[in-house]
Design a protein around this ligand. Structure first.
Ligand SMILES: Nc1nc2c(ncn2[C@@H]2O[C@H](COP(=O)(O)OP(=O)(O)OP(=O)(O)O)[C@@H](O)[C@H]2O)c(=O)[nH]1
Ligand SMILES: [Mg+2]
Length: 399
């Protein structure tokens, strides 16, 4: 009986196990429904291949703005420059720094008791070394020789006076050095500003001179418009605009690479509209050997002249370049009628004789001299002050 009960229990267990076995696969076939993925989708692929923001990589758009007048910078403190009168005398010490050798050398030679041929050779050499030029040197030596012969024995004062007179003759004491910067009227036309064109080879000091001259004119109570006709580099117009801003002058500029003639023309137009006294046009530095650039300069002048006469064409020469400056002067004078010379960097190692040589070469007077990098280091040229700087202080010489 016990075996029967045991058999029944075992049977029930086996049946249960079998049923359990049959049911198990059903559960595996029905796994819980997967939950929605929580990982965010990466950015859409189109976004990744989008072009980078245009502002960061693309070149700035070329804005074809017409030549525009830059208004006065309201935030700048406008300076009041000193007037131009008497500047050369004030700046004489600058000249004396490098020019002394010419004057003092000649004084010493001519003060010798016995002036023989060798001494005259030395006089000649001193003048030539100082860039006076061959023709002018011969003339000066000739005049000095006859004067010394007349004088015989000479006191230091007499030597000084003699030399001073001869240098003044060579430089031209009565030459008209007037800088035409006043407005004027032509044939019943309304009054228009004087127009000044600044020309020269690279780096001679054109832009600086425009800026300094604008200051000097403002200091003299005039109103000035500056024209940035150097359109080769944007920086050139910026440089001029900085000068203009300091003295409250207007500046007319065009986009980089614009036609310089049209910028110059517009500057004059603005000057007329503003009833300015003077329009100063800065041009790009150009090699006198490049025909195309020289032709362009000729065009600038012709285009400006359509609106009226150009009153001054100032050739800016770096005085330290000596005889090379004369070659430049000749070519520029052929292309544009130069009316005056600005000799810059006379405060440096320049030799003063270039004043005599360049005037003789062109038959055009030196009207302005640059005597330093400072804003007011530009002076109207005065022959007497110049010669006195060359010869030094007489009291100093006598000591
Ligand atoms: N020592 C001295 N330096 C001067 C004088 N005039 C101008 N300079 C300097 O010469 C350098 C050239 O002057 P700029 O006015 O730029 O010459 P630029 O003729 O306009 O030059 P480009 O436009 O490149 O042809 C500057 O460093 C000026 O400060 C001067 O009289 N004396
Ligand atoms: Mg310049």
């Amino acid at each position: 009986m016990e075996f029967v009960v045991l058999g029944i229990v075992l049977g029930v267990f086996l049946v249960g196990a079998f049923v359990a076995f049959l049911k198990a696969p059903t559960r595996r076939e029905l796994p819980p429904a997967p939950t929605a993925p929580t990982i965010e989708a990466p950015p859409a692929t189109e976004a990744a291949t989008e072009a980078p923001p245009a502002l960061e990589t693309a070149a700035p758009p070329v804005v074809e703005t017409p030549v525009a007048q830059t208004p006065l910078a309201e935030t700048l403190v406008v300076e009041t420059p000193p007037p131009s009168a008497g500047r050369m005398v004030r700046l004489r010490s600058r000249l004396a720094r490098s020019q002394g050798t010419l004057g003092k050398g000649l004084l010493a030679l001519l003060s010798r008791d016995d002036i023989d041929d060798d001494t005259w050779d030395e006089v000649e050499e001193t003048l030539l070394t100082a860039d006076v030029g061959v023709a002018a040197t011969q003339q000066i030596v000739e005049n000095l020789r006859s004067q010394v012969q007349v004088l015989g024995a000479r006191t230091p004062e007499q030597v000084r006076t003699l030399l001073r007179d001869q240098l003044l003759v060579a430089i031209g004491q009565d030459v008209d050095r007037t800088l035409h910067t006043l407005p004027h009227r032509e044939d019943g036309q309304p009054e228009r500003p004087a127009v000044v064109l600044m020309v020269g080879v690279n780096g001679t000091g054109k832009t600086t001179t425009c800026g300094k001259l604008a200051r000097a004119l403002v200091g003299d109570g005039r109103t000035v418009v500056l024209g940035a006709a150097d359109t080769f580099r944007a920086a050139a117009a910026d440089q001029l605009a900085t000068w203009a801003g300091r003295v409250g002058a207007s500046v007319v500029r065009g986009p980089e690479g614009a036609d310089p003639a049209s910028v110059a023309f517009d500057a004059v137009k603005t000057g007329v509209a503003e009833k300015a006294d003077t329009v100063l046009v800065d041009t790009a530095g150009r090699l006198h050997t490049k025909q195309g650039l020289m032709d362009e300069l000729g065009k600038v002048k012709r285009v400006v002249e359509r609106g009226g006469a150009v009153d001054e064409v100032l050739l800016v020469l770096d005085a330290t370049t000596g005889q090379n400056g004369l070659i430049q002067a000749r070519v520029f004078a052929e292309v544009v009628d130069v009316t005056g010379i600005v000799l810059t960097k006379l405060d440096g190692t320049a030799k003063g004789g270039i004043v005599i040589a360049v005037q003789r070469e062109l038959g055009v007077p030196v009207k302005l001299v640059g005597l330093g990098e400072g804003a007011d280091d530009l002076a109207p040229f005065e022959a007497e002050a110049f010669v006195d700087a060359l010869l030094g202080d007489p009291a100093e010489a006598a000591a």
